[in-house]
Design a protein around this ligand. Sequence first.
Ligand SMILES: Cc1cc2nc3c(=O)[nH]c(=O)nc-3n(C[C@H](O)[C@H](O)[C@H](O)COP(=O)(O)O)c2cc1C
Length: 216
Amino acid sequence: MNFINESTLTEIQNYRYATKLFDRTKTIPAKTWAAIEQSLIDSPSSYGLQPWKFVVITDPAIKKAIRPQTWNQSQTEDASHYLVICAKEKMDSAHVAKFIDRMVEVRGGDRAALAGYEKMMNGDVVTGPRSQVSFEWAARQCYIALGNFMTSCALVGVDTCPIEGFVPGEYDKILGLEGSGWRSVVCCAAGYRSADDKYAGMKKVRFEKKDLIINK
Ligand SMILES: Cc1cc2nc3c(=O)[nH]c(=O)nc-3n(C[C@H](O)[C@H](O)[C@H](O)COP(=O)(O)O)c2cc1C
């Protein structure tokens, strides 16, 4: 395993910033995108249930259509790829069963041995107290995928801008999600910064370490 060293980690964290102005002439190469996309798929989630879908927009017509529903932010149209992370509206036993089936498919073994795990998941997010808030729970998982996506992009030199400034209900209409059981939660534009983006050179504004880290 080729790990990066500590100074490279800090440099990359500093290099990453919420890109306001993308260079619309630059496209993420297919090989790079494939690796980034895999990072979405490999993102961790509670129980491993993956209560998400990832809509990847590259079609200029769809990018144009979502812009007015994104506070007119130019990243929608200028970025190479525009990601919309969607959460499952209501967790159900069919999704849990599909996950258990997949575990058996990938790892082999006896499905019956996973019955306890399946029952526990169902008893929590499908019928238990958390079932009342299963969309919010799923949405929280989406933010984990978002963080993993942004860091993965940064590691391969791709710029991003996370985007919450959008109208989820309107996105759901444009993307044909209405009635699908999935709802858009958070977005992320990905591509390459424009040389004219003045935000790239700005210092990060973060509270001091003493205000954030509590050592015990
Ligand atoms: C969940 C989330 C939603 C955000 N939504 C927007 C957005 O709609 N538009 C935008 O320009 N920046 C957006 N940002 C970027 C933040 O303003 C930015 O990350 C923060 O100011 C820190 O700056 P930095 O990322 O450049 O270090 C969002 C960030 C996060 C994490």
